[in-house]
Design a protein around this ligand. Structure first.
Ligand code: DGT
Ligand code: CA
Ligand code: CA
Ligand code: ZN
Length: 599
């Protein structure tokens, strides 16, 4: 386990102990231990454990040292597993309600006997929560709003988390005997920022063993359907998944159909009909294929499936790959990310689809945090991780002084970091070059946290909004435009501030900001954090065509966060972006030139 994962485990222990009403000193020891760990470098932690010297670190006593050692060595902790099992799941769920921490949940449980969200909602509705010491009307309202939010958002899941669940399942399906092909289709394959449910597709002759394997996966909480050719399950996280099993010759049609989107499918079917063909998840057949007699095996008379079943084998259009399927309809291959029914079929027909950016095109990334502000890994650790990814460069952009809640840097600390980075580059310790920078707050009136003189000493200036979210659209738009009009600004961070499934965007006129960014030669980032993916993919195609330059920024707060650029690549592809549209596909020398040209 990495030190950040261990820190998370310690923090979780603290939370669970607090939920159980344990001794506050014990609770605090775990919370403090988590923070202490974050300040130690990974290699140093390994050394301390190996040498048995963990207890020499201030804030780590015997109990913690033993648990850290166990987690580090085995990736598991029996103590934590038992603790999890001893706390009612309903209480843990309450932690996700904004405004509720372990202390309040404890009080709700002890004084009102509440143990799950349904009971909590009922108690809020009849005013029992407001009457409780330390709660009041305002808190009760906030809890109710949080519950309503949860209801609305709880139905979808972040692409990143859904992909983490889906990947091993696809691998597992492919490894089953008799399975010819397996893919995850649906919105996941199209790279949507959120996913409603997973759609697995398998080509196999023998259905039963595949269904058996799928419905007995470790994290399956409930099997909601189990039929002859399909099954549906719900995982512990609430995510649901459909599995469909088809004969090998139908696989490509089913894959295309269940990849969607619905709009894309409708247009494809119309296109097929215009060419005298009928396209469905079952196959591609001549539109005038004879209507079947009643009783065709497994097919409802009059349906396309029946038509396919009745069509002489020689009439059926044989297709082995999606490339061939598109070709039969006079089209070039359309990557799944573009299948949103937003003009991709027309462009494909003309042979004018873009050559979409790929993960391998990235040479580095900007906008990353370190322990200097609110990151969880040191500068050196971040650079080492970037080097391990094969990146030519890494841009650091810690928060600025107004973001005090994120330990933002003052001028003095920023300039000290610049020195540290220059020394690191000069030492040639890493192959990855480090660009200096800041994620500078855009103040409420559009001024910036640092002067032009400070900016002049940095390679890259990212400016972002982190407060006064409730401004009206005109004020917010003018504020952001004022910020990006200032000299030395390289790029605008997270345009709308949205947190997917958690927090709405602030109000801003994106079109106006895009025009201003282009006019001022400022980049807009595609923040690749799976919770942000901001600016939204729906805006990129038009913006890039107008000349806006993109940068895919992980906004990493720890080494593992650098890999979030994958989510950014997805969103960029959905936005029709090509390599040329993105700064961090350029080699270091070209990036240096670009940044210098901005000064
Ligand atoms: P999701 O799950 O809400 O994130 O979105 P999808 O796109 O994965 O939708 P889902 O799971 O309901 O269905 C998977 C695909 O199956 C969908 O993208 C297109 C296809 N599909 C589903 N229902 C229909 C339909 O009524 N008509 C057509 N043409 N295709 C459909
Ligand atoms: Ca789906
Ligand atoms: Ca589905
Ligand atoms: Zn930010």
């Amino acid at each position: 386990m990495t030190k950040n994962e261990i820190a998370d485990a310690l923090a979780e222990i603290g939370t669970l102990l607090e939920l159980k009403g344990e001794n506050p000193f014990k609770v605090r020891a775990y919370q403090a231990g988590a923070r202490v760990l974050e300040a130690i470098e990974e290699a140093e932690l390994a050394r301390l454990i190996a040498a048995g010297e963990l207890m020499s670190v201030k804030g780590i006593g015997e109990a913690l040292a033993q648990k850290i050692g166990e987690l580090h060595g085995t990736g598991r902790l029996e103590f934590l597993e038992k603790l999890r099992a001893s706390v009612a799941p309903g209480l843990v769920e309450m932690l996700e309600v904004p405004g509720l921490g372990p202390k309040k949940i404890r009080a709700l449980h002890d004084k009102l006997g509440l143990a799950d969200l349904a009971a909590l909602a009922a108690a809020c509705e009849d005013g029992r929560v407001a009457a409780l010491d330390g709660f009041g009307e305002k808190t009760q309202e906030k809890i109710l709003a949080g519950l309503a939010h949860r209801e609305a958002y709880g139905k979808r899941h972040l692409w990143w988390l859904a992909a983490e669940i889906a990947q091993p399942i696809v691998q597992g399906l492919r490894a089953l005997p008799g399975v010819k092909h397996a893919e995850a289709a649906g919105s996941l394959r199209r790279g949507m920022e959120t996913v409603g449910d997973l759609d697995f597709l398998v080509a196999a002759a023998d259905v039963a063993p595949v269904v058996e394997w799928f419905t007995t996966l470790p994290r399956v909480q409930e099997v909601t359907a189990k039929g002859e050719t399909k099954a549906s399950v719900r995982f512990e996280s609430g995510l649901q998944a459909d599995l469909r099993i088809v004969p090998e010759e139908q696989f490509v049609f089913a894959l295309h159909h269940f990849t969607g989107s619905k709009d894309h499918n409708v247009q494809m079917r119309q296109r097929a009909l215009a060419r005298g063909l009928r396209l469905s998840e079952w196959g591609l057949v001549p539109a005038q294929a004879r209507e079947p007699d009643a009783g065709t095996a497994g097919a409802v008379p009059g349906t396309v499936k029946a038509a396919v079943a009745q069509t002489a084998a020689s009439d059926r259009v044989v297709v082995r790959t999606e490339v061939e399927l598109f070709k039969k309809l006079g089209l070039h291959f359309i990557p799944p990310e573009l299948r949103e029914g937003m003009g991709e079929i027309e462009e494909s027909e003309k042979g004018e689809l873009p050559q979409l950016v790929e993960a391998g095109d990235l040479r580095g990334a900007f906008h990353n945090h370190t322990t200097a502000s609110d990151g969880r890994n040191t500068l050196v650790e971040m650079v080492a991780a970037a080097e391990a990814l094969g990146w030519e460069y890494l841009g650091i952009a810690d928060h600025s002084k107004s973001s005090f809640q994120a330990n933002g840097l003052t001028e003095e600390r920023l300039l000290a970091q610049v020195e540290e980075i220059r020394a690191l580059n000069a030492s040639q310790r890493f192959k990855t070059h480090v660009f200096t920078g800041t994620e500078c707050d855009i103040l409420a009136d559009g001024r910036l946290d640092f002067s032009a003189e400070i900016f002049g000493q940095l390679d890259c200036v990212v400016v972002s909004v982190h407060n006064a979210f409730s401004q009206d659209e005109a004020t917010m738009t003018a504020r952001i435009i004022r910020a990006i009009e200032q000299p030395h600004v390289t790029m605008l961070g997270h345009l709308t501030g949205r947190l997917l499934l958690r927090r709405e965007s602030y109000r801003v006129d994106a079109a106006k900001v895009i025009d201003a960014a282009i006019a001022n030669g400022v980049i807009i980032e595609l923040n690749a954090s799976p919770w942000r993916l901001d600016m939204d993919w729906r805006l990129w195609r038009k913006a890039a065509a107008k000349g806006l330059l993109c940068s895919i920024n992980p906004d990493a707060h720890e080494t593992a966060g650098l890999e979030h650029v994958r989510a950014g690549i997805n969103a960029a592809r959905k936005g029709w972006l090509m390599k040329e549209n993105i700064l961090n596909t350029r080699p270091k020398s070209a990036v240096v030139k670009y940044l210098e040209g901005k000064k």
